[in-house]
Design a protein. Sequence first.
Length: 397
Amino acid sequence: MLMLPTAQADEWKISGTLEQSVEYDDNIGLNEDATPAIGYLLNPIFLAEWNTDNMSVGLTGSGDIRRYDVKIWDCETFSMGFNQQYQQRSHVLSINGGYTQSCSRTDQFSDTGILAADNQSETYNISPAWSWQWSALDQLSLTSSYSKTTYSSTDSNNNIGANVSNFQGNETYRTSLSENHLWTRRLSSTLSGFYSYTKFGDSVSSSIQKVFGFQLANHYDITRKWTIDVGGGLNWVDTPSNNSLISNGNDSLLRTESINLALNYSGQLFNYSVNYSRTVNPSASGQVTEFNSANMNFSYKINRKLTFNINGNYSKNQTVGQEDNQTSIDRTFYTSSIRLIWDFAKQWKLSTSYRYRRQKLNNTGFTQVINTQAGVIDSNALIINLNYNWDGLRVFH
């Protein structure tokens, strides 16, 4: 992506949103023995920004607080993030970071599918980056990142103890180099190469996996309303033989493919998007995992105040490079929702929605997690949501 112009005057801004929901889910934990639950959800978000001619600084704080009539499903997620960017002529330096503490089941919806009620996660991350606009049509970028995730169990009084759900934390170092070229006003391409090093587990029982590869991504504006993205690449997953969890003493090098396909339409009355992606990332299963996801979203503006939305997502996650004595996760997950949104005031929205989830989960190996979730299980949920969007305060000088 080519650089955008920066602000021309100093600007201070604070803004935020407050979202409240009431939901009923007839099988909140996706278990064989369905557990229905009624809950209240509160999601505050606060943003603070400072922008000058060549610098921008931002702070973000958010929460996700959930209370249910079945107390074991109560959940709190809190996160803090920061970003800073400095631009000098054709060079841009930036750094982003954050901290998140959450009940792990909110993370596992998109990962293993294991919805443990008594487990929480902590994640730290930081990512510095540098980009150079070395010609009117080309930009070179170098990005590195570090993240650490740990899991621990909690009792009914939120006391933290050992991780009995067998989720595997990880430390990941990643670096990537990319070149973006603007062929025409409508067509651009990005070629990138990357390397990542991930250590799973702890000092007693740990494993290491390295991933490296390259990707080519292309973006084309078909018209003012239609855009298309086509990309792909190759990844190699290397599992060294000195892992404490591996007994055969042989290195393992496997090749996988990355894919990104997307078609988007944005009009006055309706928006439509369909996409498919395949990526390789660390997982709480203690393995690098291949994530396949197909998504469709359709939104139609009935009138100035009413909007109808339908969304569907199909995903399949499978571990890559595991040994016979390690966890193997093979998960298929489908979710869809129908939503009606009413903009009844300038900063207020009221919506009602129905959500369907269906999961097929198989896991084998020495870390059998929660057998009550094995097999094909589904759930239905009804949600009423009230959203307030505060435009905030701005000060220029």
